[in-house]
Design a binder for this molecule. Structure first.
Ligand code: TRP
Length: 358
């Protein structure tokens, strides 16, 4: 069987370093390993519209930005098909059929959607499209027969929902769809990077994100203003690691090479943590260390971004080609799905062939 990978992002703004550690890094690893037949990265504009119906411009404007983010971190369009979700109308059709296999109460139990409904403050006005997006996500995954879906842990309920749909579909209509498995980042610290203000999540509306496209000046301002430990007032005071944003970021980004290069007093993060807890390490010092690490990380990304911003035609062609390829695959799957469901009336006079007067 073919081994396909699919994942995606909602284009609601530029991508940030939380996206990087949560999912983009593992995509790069997969790309380098090359152990797959087809690898798709989808810009989920249709899903983004499920809670942005009145703001289509935001979504439209983010498409190129997100594509440039992918290319800047090193996603190689020769190895990965980048495409735009709304261009694949087959996905909408699949969603419609899958919706029959899912109950309202099952959707109500989806913990990620529940959480999002709360945080987006929909109140009584939950858009049906938003409430049912796990079904459309099942269409995204199955249309490309993806067996591997690299995601952050918040997406686990979507994969579980997809697996349930696949099982139901295959049981009722025959073995057509492929059961997907999630692929989580291996560094646990990377599951979710907090915002620079210590908030559990980076979010554009909270203004607490470090973007992949941030300039050095922006980065510096954000890192030097990061939330640390409110009880660590004087340098000599013992500091706390738990809930300290700088350490959460160091967990995700620092390596022993960084210590050798920029902080040779310590061999690794564990040693630095111990010393910080004992007292005597100033917050400015650890922030400067983090700043150097993040700047080393962002500088080449920024440079690639500059290139693509000057060569937008290239980005456009990459998206168009990826989308055309994705379309051809989704079309095949939809055909198989409809055949399995016996929705093939006008292919080879099937409707008449199978007709039985009694
Ligand atoms: N829900 C994902 C997010 O919010 C985006 C997405 C849409 C996705 N379809 C997908 C991810 C299919 C993985 C597979 O980022």
């Amino acid at each position: 069987m073919k081994k396909n990978i699919l994942t995606g992002d909602r284009p609601t703004g530029k991508l940030h370093i939380g996206h990087y550690v949560g999912t983009l890094a593992s995509r790069l690893k997969l790309q380098e390993k090359g152990d797959y037949d087809d690898f798709f990265i989808m810009i989920a504009d249709a899903q983004a519209l499920t809670d942005n119906a009145s703001n289509p411009k935001k979504i439209r404007d983010s498409i190129i930005n997100v594509a440039i983010d992918y290319l800047s971190i090193g996603i190689d369009p020769k190895k990965v098909h980048i495409f735009v979700q709304s261009e694949i109308s087959e996905l909408t059709e699949l969603t419609f059929y899958y919706a029959n296999l899912v109950t309202v109460s099952r959707l109500e139990r989806n913990p990620t959607v529940k959480q999002e409904i709360k945080s987006k403050e929909f109140g009584e006005s939950i858009p049906v499209g938003f409430f049912t997006y796990p079904i459309s996500q099942a269409a995204d995954i199955t249309a490309f027969k993806a067996s591997i879906v690299p995601v952050g842990d918040d997406q686990l309920p979507m994969i579980e929902q997809t697996r349930e749909i696949v099982r139901s579909f295959n049981r009722i209509y025959g073995d057509v769809l492929v059961l997907p498995n999630e692929l989580l980042p291996d560094n646990k610290a990377c599951f979710r990077l907090p915002g620079t203000d210590g908030n559990a999540k980076m979010s554009k509306s909270l203004g607490n994100c470090i973007y992949l496209s941030d300039s050095y000046e922006e980065l510096k301002k954000k890192v030097m203003g990061m939330y640390t430990d409110p009880l660590h007032i004087k340098v000599e005071d013992p500091g706390h690691i738990e809930g300290n944003t700088v350490f959460a970021y160091l967990d995700a980004f620092s390596t022993s090479e960084d210590f050798a290069k920029y902080y040779p007093e310590f061999k690794n993060l564990d040693e630095l943590k111990k010393a910080y807890e004992q007292g005597g390490i100033g917050d400015v010092k650890i922030k400067k260390f983090l700043l150097q690490i993040l700047e080393d990380f962002l500088k080449p990304i920024r440079e690639k971004r500059e290139y693509y911003e000057k060569h937008l035609d290239e980005v456009y062609d990459i998206l168009k080609e990826g989308t055309m390829y994705a379309q051809s695959i989704a079309k095949e799957t939809l055909k198989e799905v409809k055949n399995a469901m016996k929705l093939n009336y006008f292919a080879d006079k099937q409707l008449l062939d199978d007709f039985n007067c009694d």
